[in-house]
Write a protein that binds this ligand. Structure first.
Ligand code: ASP
Length: 489
């Protein structure tokens, strides 16, 4: 059986068990609801009463749950104790090990394949030209993505009319988790808030150049790694062939060895993916999903439009290929992106798929894809635009044309710096919000649904990377041959 089939089965198993566990979160165990100590009724009784007679209609009011005998616990504690988490602690580690295993290989893979990619292009002008072309395309599509995000959020108005009770419930449940995300990017946010557009761009360019490449590698600072790798690759082509030949063959061998490591690590993917999906589905707040239904629909419509219009046009009109065949050819990368929520973790699969199912040369794939996985995040930028407008709408903050343009610029630049890991977009969202004066605490509103939307935006990020790889291959005069039915892994 192909690995891809096994991964699909793993995903399905995770979804089924996760769904069962999600429903195992049983409310009847809220023994009594104690509102201010004077009255105690059970959760059941509370909800059996007509709406006006209820003590509360919101779960988050169970700040003081008196579980007869068990003392007072918060809703969070309650859920951890009696919700799905009590089961997922036994499976989480499988997903975590899988993600760590793949992530372990990302930095070395990006380094080695970019050095080789640049070295095999053979001359500095070619590397510069290809790099500039790739970067320009990435920026263009990301900016278009955030414009689409702005458009759908203005048309769909997802934040208008969100009931006050829903707002309170979301904030009280996710406040502290959201705050820790905001805090983790606080330094950069404070800096960006002060900067003009010019300073923001310059800052990004400065960050490309690491002061110590080994530190960049150790910290997983991908922009620094990319710069160093390209520079090294170019210089290898400049030194005398008797010096460069052993270096190239060393990197070549290393590349093969890392790819072998990836292949072996991927054998654990079906189990890892099953555990990841199980966790997401089991802990997915169905109530949250319901509260944020309109918001989720707007995000998903935006993402779908971006694939259809932006990516679709490039594939159809520039690469002259059928977009549906293209999506079928890259299905393995899509499944991987969806289940891991990480562009970085998907990189090895994308490289494989680009070579085998799209017919792109190794040279182009190993040059363009590591860049794409790091700096190209169309889905993330689109998501941030929708999220920023949603939060502003909920708080009744008017964002004028200039503010919306600032969102496009900041979301585009922020997505370049965001790491390709789960939840990275949330940290940079804080940055986008801060620059237009929308309270960062509003992230709590959308926090509960982030993972599931992260899975979807990561798919769009990956489709963007592979679309560009196709476009670049075409512009380099390569013959593209899509294999929609072929399974590469
Ligand atoms: N998870 C996304 C990625 O890896 C980044 C994000 O939007 O959070 O591409």
């Amino acid at each position: 059986m192909k690995l891809y089939t096994k991964i699909l089965i793993g995903m399905l198993v995770g979804i089924v068990i996760g769904t069962i566990l999600n429903f195992s979160y049983d409310r009847d165990r809220f023994a009594t609801l104690d509102t201010n100590g004077d009255e105690k009724i059970s959760w059941e009784e509370n909800f059996a009463a007509s709406e006006s007679d209820r003590l509360t209609s919101s779960e988050s009011d169970f700040a003081n749950i008196d579980r007869s005998g068990d003392g007072v616990v918060s809703l969070g504690e309650y859920k951890a104790k009696f919700g799905a988490q009590r089961y997922t602690v036994y499976t989480d580690w499988i997903g975590t090990i899988f993600i760590r295993l793949v992530k372990m290989l990302v930095v070395p893979l990006v380094l080695v394949s970019l050095v080789l990619g640049a070295a095999s292009l053979g001359d500095i002008n070619k590397v510069g030209k290809m790099g500039a072309k790739a970067f320009g395309f990435f920026m263009l599509t990301t900016a278009v993505a955030s414009m689409i995000g702005i458009a759908v959020a203005n048309i769909g108005q997802p934040g208008v009319g969100l009931p006050e009770s829903a707002k309170e419930e979301l904030v009280s449940q996710y406040q502290s988790a959201a705050q820790s995300k905001v805090d983790s990017g606080a330094d950069q946010t404070a800096k960006m808030k002060e900067q003009t557009a010019f300073e923001k761009v310059v800052d990004l360019v400065i960050r490309l150049v690491p002061t110590n490449p080994f530190k960049a590698l150790a910290d997983g600072d991908m922009l620094g790694v990319i710069f160093f790798a390209l520079f090294l690759g170019i210089c290898i082509t400049i030194i005398p062939p008797d010096k460069s030949a052993p270096l190239i063959s060393m990197f070549d061998g290393l590349n093969d060895a890392i790819i072998k490591m990836v292949t072996l690590a991927m054998e654990t993917a079906p189990y890892g993916v099953a555990a990841l999906m199980l966790n997401v589905v089991a802990t997915l707040g169905l109530d949250v999903m319901y509260l944020l239904l309109k918001y989720s629909v707007v995000v998903l419509v935006g993402l779908a439009l971006h694939i259809a219009i932006t990516h679709g046009s490039f594939i159809m009109f520039y690469a002259r290929q059928n977009p549906i065949d293209f999506l079928r050819a890259i299905k393995e990368a899509i499944v991987m992106a969806f289940s891991t929520s990480s562009s970085s973790a998907t990189l090895p699969i994308s490289m494989n798929v680009a070579e085998e199912n799209l017919g792109v040369s190794r040279q182009t794939a190993s040059f363009v894809l590591p860049l794409g996985a790091t700096i190209n995040m169309d889905g993330t930028a689109l998501y941030q635009a929708v999220a920023a407008l949603f939060i502003a709408q909920v708080y009744d903050i008017q964002l004028d044309f200039a503010a919306q343009m600032t969102i496009i610029l900041t979301a585009t630049l922020a997505s370049v710096g965001a790491a390709g890991v789960p939840g990275a977009g949330m940290i940079t969202l804080a940055l986008v919000l801060a620059t237009v004066g929308v309270p960062e605490s509003g992230i709590a509103l959308i926090f509960g649904l982030d993972r599931i939307l992260d899975m979807c935006r990561t798919v769009v990020n990956i489709i963007g990377d592979l679309t560009l790889t196709l476009v670049m291959a075409k512009s380099e005069g390569e013959t593209i041959e899509l294999k929609p039915d072929h399974v590469a892994v």
